[in-house]
Design a protein around this ligand. Structure first.
Ligand code: ZN
Length: 242
């Protein structure tokens, strides 16, 4: 089975459409949370993912937008965008977000937004953050999102750990590792200095993972955000990929 693995769409319909077109040959789309928050098209993004039968889990912004997660730790820009998003969401889409599970398990991989220790909020940025998730994994691979930075942290067959940032076109066999935690980066708000949408393709037949980047129409989403009076900082960062 060929899976398209996406995360952190954040209401960015321009990026989502380009990514789904690039994933046209994927048999299943799996979305690792944060469908909404920051961007100007929360309903359209949720609707699109529902229409194509994507298998989705919740992120912290999805739960914050439905009032199920305290936004005390959100910065002022994220908070403003969440309040705007909450007011936009249709009742049906809000219900859909509320009902999303926190994790999903597949044949040879599992998915979570943040970490298996704390699915919604914990960031895995280095090996010490990753160890509790490695210990909780029930599959050899765990795909994550949340930091919007694509990387792989892996436990080698000899018991040592390896970490690397992933860039466009990077490919590797997950079978070469004992366990791997793979962050596929962000579709709708990349933060690794590359403004192109980030996503992954996983072929469970030959165990090959590839990281992909796609350019999208940033100027159009920026115009929509301005019209919606969303914070300027959130508008600017899309062009920088930070
Ligand atoms: Zn996010």
């Amino acid at each position: 089975m060929i899976y398209g693995i996406i995360a952190d769409v954040h209401g960015n319909l321009e990026a989502l459409e380009v990514v789904l077109a690039a994933l046209a040959s994927a048999e299943k789309i799996v979305c690792l949370g944060d469908m909404v928050g920051y961007g100007p098209n929360p309903n359209e993004c949720v609707q699109k993912l529902r229409e194509i039968g994507a298998l989705c889990i919740a992120g912290n912004h999805d739960r914050a937008a439905t009032g199920d997660l305290d936004t005390r730790w959100f910065n002022e820009y994220a908070k403003k965008a969440i309040n705007w998003t909450a007011a936009q969401l249709t009742e049906e889409n809000a219900r859909y977000l509320k009902d999303l599970p926190l994790t999903l398990e597949f044949e040879d991989f599992q998915v979570v937004h943040g970490s298996l220790r704390q699915p919604l909020e914990e960031y895995i940025l280095n090996l010490s953050d990753a160890l509790p998730t490695f210990a909780r994994m029930t599959r050899p691979v765990c795909f994550i999102g949340h930091s919007h930075q694509p990387f792989c942290l892996a436990k080698n067959k000899d018991g040592n750990y390896d970490g690397k940032k992933l860039t466009d076109g990077d490919e590797f066999l997950v079978d070469d590792y004992e366990q791997a935690i793979i962050n596929v980066g962000g579709v709708g708000q990349p933060r690794d200095g590359d403004p192109r949408a980030s996503f992954g393709v996983y072929n469970s037949n030959n165990k090959l993972f590839s990281l992909r980047r796609s350019a999208y129409d940033i100027a159009t989403i920026q115009k929509k955000m301005k019209a919606a009076d969303l914070p300027q900082k959130l508008i600017d960062r899309l062009a920088w990929g930070t």
